[in-house]
Design a protein around this ligand. Structure first.
Ligand SMILES: [Zn+2]
Length: 261
């Protein structure tokens, strides 16, 4: 049972108790306001924080004492930065995971091919990355995943089954979509905020938050991403962290060539 169902059942039980108290023992109906407020707060927090696994299960890290971590890059491929980043990862012998946006993949198929050729993993990050993604109905949400799935397949011949929700926001419709399509949802445990902070602030944050088993969220669209990644990789090396691909960290299959999609 997911956290959302537990919250709903608890809310229903408290509601029943308060209505019973009102009916039999003359309790004030004003007490109904409190569980309602708590229930709504839980729904909002559960949508925003993917780590809470409120509506669906997302892999956010691996519980381990070993100094293993995975790097993930979202929102690309980017015409200017992705190729430079791929060169840098080569230089350090690091394999990462790229959660690509379908319409950008369509525009830059050579970069997607290159990611795969260099041994990086490919994941789905919706087709448009619309700011209204979380308001979409089931039909549109399914298509956001399917259109990107098709692009990755067309370019590389791979059926990727990992999805990272745009903005990390989840809701019951996304949970149904992911279940229906047989995808796995991937979150993170270290958010770099590289699109909002300066290079120094991002690095400081990364260093402070890195832990064994972490999944690190970066963007190959941040203007300073090459510089940030270089400094971060140097720090990881100095601190004996081993960077492993997501499938190795989580012991999951990222691709399934026999999947019906
Ligand atoms: Zn994104």
């Amino acid at each position: 049972m997911n956290t959302n169902k537990i919250a709903n059942l608890t809310f229903a039980f408290v509601l029943l108790l308060l209505v019973t108290g009102w009916w039999f023992w003359q309790w004030s109906l004003w007490w109904l306001v409190w569980p309602l407020v708590v229930w709504m707060m839980l729904k909002i927090l559960g949508s925003v924080f993917i780590q809470y696994n409120f509506y669906l299960h997302s892999y956010c890290c691996k519980k381990t004492d070993q100094k293993l971590i995975s790097l993930t890059f979202d929102d690309g491929p980017d015409e200017k930065l992705t190729a430079q980043l791929l060169d840098l990862l080569d230089e350090f012998g690091v394999k990462a995971t790229f959660f690509v946006i379908g319409q950008k993949a369509k525009k830059n198929p050579d970069l997607v091919k290159l990611m795969h050729k260099k041994g990086h993993l490919l994941g789905n990050h919706s087709y448009t990355h619309s700011r209204f993604f979380d308001l979409f109905n089931l039909w549109r949400m399914r298509n956001e995943l399917l259109w990107t799935h098709e692009q990755i397949y067309k370019i590389t011949g791979l059926k990727s089954l990992i999805f990272r929700p745009p903005y990390g926001v989840s809701n019951p419709i996304l949970a149904r979509t992911i279940k229906q399509l047989g995808y796995l949802s991937i979150g993170w445990s270290v958010r770099s905020l590289d699109t909002m902070k300066t290079t120094d602030q991002t690095l400081e944050r990364l260093i402070a938050k890195t832990h064994p088993g972490a999944i690190v969220l970066l963007h190959d669209t941040s203007p300073e991403i090459v510089n940030i990644t270089r400094n971060y990789l140097e720090w990881l090396q100095k601190n004996q962290y081993q960077i492993v691909p997501l499938n190795q960290l989580l012991s999951i299959n990222v691709y399934d060539q026999y999947h019906p999609l």
